[in-house]
Design a protein around this ligand. Sequence first.
Ligand code: GLU
Length: 325
Amino acid sequence: MRGLLAAGLERRERGYRGRFAPSPTGPLHRGNLRTALLGWLVARRRRGEWLLRIDDLDAPRNRPGAEEAILADLRWLGLTWDGPPIRQSTRRGIYASVLSALRRAGALYPCRCSRRLLADISAPHGALAVYPGLCRTAPPQWGPVEGRLPSWRLRLGPGSLAWPEHGRLAVSVDGPRQVGDVVLRRADGLVAYHLATAVDELALGIEEVLRGEDLRASTGAQVAVMAALGASPPRYAHVPLWRDASGQRLSKREGAEGLAGYRARGLDAAGVIGELAASLDLVPSGTRLSAADLLAGLEADRLEGALRGTDARTLGTGGREGRQA
Ligand code: GLU
């Protein structure tokens, strides 16, 4: 396990490696396609690698055929990835050994709080953002009680959690107040998203995690896992979400059209790349071009602008409880 993480950290030093990590819960929507395009452009410009990781640990949420559709869409757009797709479901042994090591080191504790209990004690408006530590000091009972297993939580120390963010010096959050003791293994035995993704960014040697800005709120929890493993975080680039003309985040229905919607409007791959790129202000609207031509003609400051967008307002949100794989 240590060797795996050490090899990943060493890989991080040897040239750019990014990743795109969709969950196979349905087709890629417009916003996912645009984030994929940005990640691909950044990696290729740096002459680096771009990995495709399939976040398929939460089996009940996976949809049959979704993974194949994701691969087909990326290929159709010319967004080629390096190596075979990396399915998290094939890496359960790695996550299990990391969890055991953390448990042996005393970094975890079992928690028997149900979702309902946490909902009941949370503020009347809004879900509880940070676990209040109810089971922190209870005698650790890892086995089943009345037939139910506990979830496993990370015991977070005091202080802040910081990570480098693209184009900025660093972002930091207050660990206990904004992140808290997150679940790393659910009571149903599933490995939590925060654990799996933190381990994979390290083990796969990812230099920069480029993803939608909605995931910035998960970063504190993931950096906390990395810190517990004694590793420094990669750089993060949280890119703007697709918003409509009035600045609202696209609704599921609007964004959900994905490639099928574009095709229904008669667009081919060059038309779609043109529209995605125009929405990022990389090309004038109405441009038609391949991903490779977009890359070849790309100006550095335009790409920088697309990465930063106008998201400064959303900076600094803390971690949230309960986002799972
Ligand atoms: N698979 C998750 C998602 O699609 C996480 C992605 C990420 O960390 O980039 O929302």
